[in-house]
Design a protein around this ligand. Structure first.
Ligand code: HEC
Length: 151
């Protein structure tokens, strides 16, 4: 490619990126971010729950992989709850209570992190250990959803 042509392509790429990023408001981007992280959590807890229920065979490597991802993912949603992100032009199921009772919301976050840390070692132990740890983790997910997520 000639230098001028490649510079034009480069500008077009930068322009397209800017258009994608700026088409949404900061609140929309935060909402999508936290929903994306949550969706990935659902994915990996789903892998582990299906092993716990016997819907798929227990496989140590797969279980440790999903538990490790989950343990990292539970640390990530917080960036998506900044100021003025209660609502946007995209739908959110986050309740306004989150920003009114941040300490309680954060407590659920710390508790789920404690459970996913145990889940990583349980996933590498055996199916029985996995079952118990999946249940304990799921309880924390549900607790926060009951208090802070609309149905
Ligand atoms: C500290 C509170 C909290 C914890 C803990 C929590 N969630 Fe959530 N979750 C939320 C909130 C709030 C929403 C709604 C986010 C929104 O719509 O803006 C949500 C949404 C979701 C969604 C829907 C995502 C979407 O596509 O809109 C899934 C799936 C989910 N959570 C799975 C999980 C799983 C699995 C766990 C446990 C490993 C978990 N959550 C732990 C608060 C929490």
């Amino acid at each position: 490619m000639k230098p001028v042509a490649s510079a034009i392509v480069a500008l077009a790429v930068v322009g397209a990126y800017a258009a994608v990023v700026h088409a949404q408001t900061p609140a929309d981007r935060s909402i999508k971010y936290r929903q994306g992280v949550m969706s990935a959590q659902g994915w990996h807890l789903g892998v582990l729950a299906s092993m716990a229920k016997g819907d798929r065979p227990y496989d140590r490597d797969t279980a440790v992989r999903s538990a490790t991802f989950l343990d990292q993912l539970v640390a990530m949603p917080w960036d998506g709850y900044g100021p003025n992100t209660e609502s946007g032009s995209v739908n959110t199921r986050a309740k306004a209570e989150i920003w009114k009772d941040w300490a309680k919301f954060e407590k659920y976050g710390k508790e789920v992190k404690a459970e996913t840390a145990k889940l990583v070692s349980a996933a590498g132990t055996d199916l029985n250990a996995l079952k118990g740890a999946v249940g304990a983790t799921g309880k924390q997910c549900n607790g926060c959803h009951d208090d802070f997520r609309t149905k």
